[in-house]
Design a protein. Sequence first.
Length: 197
Amino acid sequence: MSNKNILLSHLKIADIIDANSAVLDLGCGNGDLMEYLEKNKNVNSQGVEISEDAIYKCVEKGLCVLHSDIDGALEDYPSGSFDFVILSQSLQQVKRIDNVLEESLRIGKKVIIAFPNFAHISLRMMLFFQGMAPVAKALPDRWNDTPNIRFLSIKDFENFCAEKKYKITEKYFISNSRYTYILPNLLAQQAIFVITI
């Protein structure tokens, strides 16, 4: 995933979030999104992150972050604690997706999910012509180094939401630092969904 695509996804997520909201960022990384939201949307944010190096960067920015694995971090939050729960570039690293999404929807009014689309045409072509797991801007790590344990497409996620009866209230697709509207499962490098129950 290029930095420009990630930046565009952060701007879209910020656009979705109401000012003065309570926000939980699951897998917040070094806190860039939380910092942006606090400065530009006046949100009250908390983060959950497993990487100690990333936590230090969050603390240096004055952000509130819990050192924990997403899979076990949500049960103690009361229902309806947050206006928005964010999983940006972290859903594909979660072990118990059903549980994490159910808990996210329990504690948040809306859940925003951004993830790389593993069905993008460039990745399909690499796998077809090279016969190996793709390495690209969207997937910079080799198969043995990647933090991703799941490889989902836009179509996979939409089918999953239909099976679970989650409502998709908004969806956006990004490719080459622009929004894309045609054949997103084939042409979008990244997807952003807003879901509710």
